[in-house]
Design a protein around this ligand. Structure first.
Ligand SMILES: N[C@@H](CCC(=O)N[C@@H](CS)C(=O)NCC(=O)O)C(=O)O
Length: 232
């Protein structure tokens, strides 16, 4: 199906409620005030809509824009920012070098930090201790890199409005209390002061509060996923 130029766009997001990847897309749409319909996907029993819209990965999120599917959350965020380029706020800056740095850290976040957090959740004993240490080292690199590359950040990377990295970090890290309650402590102000104060500011943003999953529901899901007793 082709997008109808000049007409009101139809925007549909296929997602799951607990996914940070999906929440970042919801947050971007809400930030720009783009109306959208939301379809909750059952990942245990994937719909034919999802399988047809994202035949390569069969993962959420998928954005359907006038019927055209766009997959992969970072790709979707850039698409939203480019298609609605005249709608504030801009998620990515104009300057190509600044954009490159933001993309670099966004990829680092998804390729290093996200898998490290998952490894902590899925491991136990000494393996978990090692996973916690690895995550701490990766987060230190992230924190120092952001501080160096975006020294004027206050409280967000664009100043008062949320930018690309704020959207990515906010929709994952702001759930840390549920993770601490169910799995283990991974964010400590003493170890990561600047990252922690960034996340604390993000947690206060009204749209981040609006999109984050309910704490108790998330805790219940995490207990189910990560606290199964090991098989005999
Ligand atoms: N790199 C993808 C990751 C998306 C992803 O991992 N989605 C998960 C939900 S959080 C999913 O759909 N999993 C289903 C599966 O792996 O089959 C993105 O950024 O969109």
């Amino acid at each position: 199906m082709l997008r109808m130029e000049g007409k009101q766009s139809q925007v549909v997001l296929i997602g799951t409620w607990a996914s940070g990847y999906c929440k970042r897309v919801e947050l971007a749409l809400k930030l720009k005030g783009i109306p959208y319909e939301y379809i909750e996907e059952d990942l245990e029993n994937k719909s034919s809509l999802l399988r047809h819209s994202n035949p390569v990965h069969k993962k959420v999120p998928v954005l359907l824009h006038d019927g055209i599917p766009i997959a992969e959350s970072l790709v979707i965020l850039e698409y939203i920012d480019e298609y609605w380029s005249n709608v504030a706020p801009k998620l990515l800056p104009e300057d190509p070098y600044q954009r490159a740095k933001i993309r670099f850290w966004a990829n680092y976040h998804d390729q290093k930090i996200m898998p490290a957090i998952l490894r902590i959740a899925l491991s136990q004993g000494e393996e978990r201790d090692q996973a916690i240490e690895d995550h701490h080292e990766l987060l230190k690199v992230f924190e120092e890199g952001i501080e160096k590359d975006f020294p004027a950040k206050s409280p967000f990377l664009n100043g008062d409005s949320l930018g690309f990295l704020d959207v990515i970090v906010g929709t994952v890290a702001c759930n840390y209390q549920a993770f601490h309650e169910v799995v283990t402590v991974i964010f400590e102000p003493a170890k990561h002061p600047s990252f922690f104060s960034w996340v604390t500011a993000l947690k206060e943003h009204p749209l981040i509060k609006d999109v984050l999953p309910p704490h108790d529901k998330l805790v219940a899901l995490m207990r189910k996923k990560y606290c199964q007793s090991p098989k005999a």
